[in-house]
Design a protein around this ligand. Structure first.
Ligand code: B12
Ligand code: SF4
Length: 406
């Protein structure tokens, strides 16, 4: 069977060729016995005309392009079978015109879907023991289309767990509940990545430090590989001992989803992390010699002049090495999108459903859009204060990324 796997373009990203589409590479590994082509549209690959099956991965921002391509393939190759999977179909159950709309993770069910050409909405059975399934298909030719440097070293991405146990109201929360791979399986995949010529890994787990003893075992094993890495954590899920293990194992950077400096706002969006814990965690990592990055979302429900000021004070106190101020975008499937009446926020739901491309919050470097307003701030005010806050701290940022990472 000729199967073409398609990674749609990501014009919303400033550097779309930083990381390969991991989800699709997992699907590729599962379908390995077929005649496979993997197309990265961002890398300029052309979709073959004569495939038997076309399988798209799709995030919400990619919907208009995917819909258009499905329509085109239906005309030019009407006998082919088209599948769409990934975060958007999983959150919305929208088929976008495909024959099969695949919900959830591919591991257990994708081969049956392909063999039986199952039509309509198909719910993928949850893979429980992740160790039983193959690593992503990291074909060297395909990987060479992507490049990312972390502190001067060529870097690629990997995940060691699925899902997360929390329910933040702004998050799409795909691939729940949380499941972990064994430290040994993580080590073997990291070793394979090293053998492919990478000395550096970004762990894209939602929260890499979720389980203390598992982290210790992973660090013990990873330290044998002499690689550098970075990961995501939470202010309440890291302590000094864990940081020491991580440093010894080659960790150079930890990112924290702080989201806001206002405790009240965090509680409003069901993010139960104390700002004091985030400050403590960032400073602890700084002291251990790690680079720290704090992610904030401006424009969450209840955003006000006061909460912006609290975010400003947070930055002054925590002093992360760098930070990102992204704009809040309500994604279908998140609690805020589905139940906006419960939150202090306004946005046009039908506009987002009809034009999901509007959810690109950053059109170009430093060019942001805002689709929301709160009782205290208009969209324009949210945009303006985001920019002001960013400019105020730009001078203080050390900007290691731009200096070192090219
Ligand atoms: C790493 C990551 C990124 C990276 C790299 C993306 C990449 N090229 O890999 C960066 C930073 C670039 C990024 C950017 C964005 N991201 Co992002 N990202 C993630 C993150 C943390 C991990 C993705 C991952 O690799 N998961 C591991 C793999 C194994 O899981 P998976 O991709 O879901 O794949 C499985 C299934 O979905 C399914 N599957 C996937 N594709 C297909 C295809 C077929 C045919 C089938 C059958 C099955 C199938 O099988 C796979 C194996 O089980 C997720 C959160 C998460 N935990 O998943 C958010 C997430 C995917 N991102 C999200 C968002 C919103 C974005 C941005 C839009 C943000 C922005 N800038 O505005 C952009 C859009 C980028 C894009 N066009 O895809 C949302 C998606 C929401 C949505 N409804 O689309 C998520 C879910 C975060 C969240 N919790 O809200 N992201
Ligand atoms: S934002 Fe992070 S912690 Fe919150 S539900 Fe999503 S992945 Fe989990």
């Amino acid at each position: 069977m000729r199967i073409c796997l398609i990674s749609p373009p990501s014009p919303e990203l400033i550097e779309p060729l930083s990381f390969p589409p991991l989800g699709l590479l997992y699907v590729a590994a599962l379908l390995d016995e077929h005649d496979l082509t993997i197309c990265s549209i961002d890398a300029g690959d052309q979709i073959p005309k004569d495939s038997d099956i076309y399988a798209f991965t799709c995030a919400t921002t990619q919907v208009p392009w995917v819909k258009g391509e499905i329509l085109r393939i239906k005309k030019t190759n009407p006998n082919s079978f088209i599948i769409v999977g990934g975060p958007h179909p999983t959150m919305t159950k929208q088929s976008l015109g495909a024959d099969c709309c695949f919900i959830g993770e591919a591991e257990v069910s994708i081969n049956d879907v392909v063999k039986e050409q199952q039509r309509g909405i198909v719910f993928g059975e949850k893979p429980e023991k992740l160790d039983n399934f193959p690593f992503p298909k990291r074909d060297a030719d395909f990987l060479s289309k992507y490049y990312h440097y972390l502190a001067g070293k060529r870097t690629t991405s990997m995940v060691t767990s699925r899902g997360c146990p929390f329910n933040c109201a702004y998050c799409c929360g795909v691939n729940k509940p949380v499941r972990f791979r064994s430290p040994l399986s993580v080590y073997k995949e990291a070793r394979q990545i090293k053998e492919l010529g990478y000395d550096s890994i970004v762990f894209y787990d939602d929260i890499f430090t979720l389980r203390n003893q598992r982290l210790k075992k992973m660090c013990d094993l990873i330290s044998q590989l002499d690689i550098q890495w970075k990961c995501l954590s939470r202010g309440d899920l890291v302590d000094k001992e864990m940081v020491d293990w991580m440093v010894k194992a080659g960790c150079i950077e930890v990112s924290f989803g702080v989201e806001s400096g206002s405790q009240k706002m965090l509680e409003n969006v069901n993010r139960h992390v104390k700002t004091a814990d985030s400050i403590k965690a960032i400073r602890m990592c700084n002291d251990a010699g790690l680079r720290t990055r704090a992610f904030f979302i401006i424009g969450l429900p209840g955003e006000s002049w006061e909460s912006i000021e609290e975010t400003r004070r947070f930055l002054l106190k925590a002093q992360p090495t760098t930070f990102n101020l992204s704009m809040f975008m309500p994604y279908p499937g998140s609690d805020i999108f589905e139940h906006k009446e419960r939150y202090d926020i306004e946005f046009d739901k039908s506009l987002i459903l009809e034009h999901p491309e509007e959810l690109w919050y950053q059109r170009k470097f430093d060019e942001y859009t805002c689709l929301v307003r709160t009782s205290a701030m208009t969209s324009e005010e949210i945009l303006k204060t985001r920019k002001q806050l960013s400019e105020e701290f730009e001078e203080e940022e050390r900007y290691w990324e731009r200096k070192d990472d090219k």
